[in-house]
Design a protein around this ligand. Sequence first.
Ligand code: NI
Length: 227
Amino acid sequence: MMLHIPQVLTKAEVLSLRGLIDAGDWVDGNVTSGAQSALAKRNEQLPEGSPQARQAGEAILDALARNPLFVTAALPQIVFPPLFNRYGGGQTFGVHVDNAVRQSADGRVRIRSDLSATLFLAEPEDYDGGELQVEDTFGLHEVKLPAGDMILYPASSLHQVTPVTRGVRVASFFWIQSMIRDDAQRTLLFQMDIAIQQLTGKVGPGAPELVSLTGAYHNLLRMWGDL
Ligand code: NI
């Protein structure tokens, strides 16, 4: 499932984050690539573990923790410390699949990447190109979101970032190990949770049918989830 999560950060939070990371020492983006994606990748990154990346990453993790749509959709077990990249002057990241296992530079975090996330930190009108193209079984999806919005997609998807031909595309990217490893199971739980929330709004939380449905949701989570 691909999911657009609007306003993970407010415009004011984006501005303050940009102030912080724009002042960092950006380096060649291939520092985090596997050998295959290094061939396709032309961009810049904030060094993992740099003070700016750490502080900005913490702010994003805080915002995610208080975002109910993210929590419901991702059922996160571990969120990788957010990284930051930027593309300008024709830079691009050709078609690739993200590594299945990710380890932080300091060795403290190691995850299975179930979900990939891109949090946009530049307004779409400030650059040309830079679409995130994700291929799934329904075809090719092209994503370019307002600053502060995020796209969540299966880390198993082939994806690319098209060349940025004007301006600069700045984003945060990271991976999530979910309590639910399988995308189809996670999607079912998401749909069920959303329907339960909508029903609760209509009939109130105490309806016996809703109690049963909520019980079934939790029992599926118990059956499929790992912690
Ligand atoms: Ni990628």
